[in-house]
Ligand binder design. Sequence first.
Ligand code: IMP
Ligand code: MG
Length: 183
Amino acid sequence: MKNELHKDVERILVSEEELKEIINNLSDKINKDYNGEELTVIVILKGSLIFASDLIRSLNMPVSIEFMRVSSYGAGTSSSGFINIKQDVECDIEGKNILIIEDIIDSGNTLYKLKKVLEERNPKTCRICTLLDKPERRTTEVLVDYQGKIIPDEFAVGYGLDYNENYRNLKYIGVLKREIYSN
Ligand code: IMP
Ligand code: MG
């Protein structure tokens, strides 16, 4: 049965089928690269929750899961340029393989700063995996090790991504109608 498009969504950007394909490709690469080595994934809340839960189940090495919550957007649609750690990991990451799981990279500010903070704690490796990437909007260069899909400069919602805490439960990723956030 086809899902009906949410009334606030202009069009589908990444369908459920494509999400599965993206996750298969990403997990293949990650499984190859780490080659059975232990991995600590850091799930960046809240947006990455659904992506991470699908991705992690396709990983075949021993995996431990940590969560972080950092502030980026309030009710607006652009990044504020500073990072505020609202919730930190519960373990010492020194000497560990760290994979940061992010929903989307936009300006790059959040991940650039987050990676710096984590690298100061001396992990063995620290890499970034993002489901979506909007390179057109980049203001801070950040090395993305695993990139799901490049998308145009539009506001995406669904599959964990929100606007004002809404739309996270959509099964696909859609473009939010501009009228929803421009007034
Ligand atoms: P950056 O610091 O500008 O790279 O912001 C990244 C964060 O902003 C992401 O982790 C998202 O939480 C949020 N964000 C950026 N673009 C979008 C979007 O199109 N939809 C929903 N959230 C977004
Ligand atoms: Mg986020």
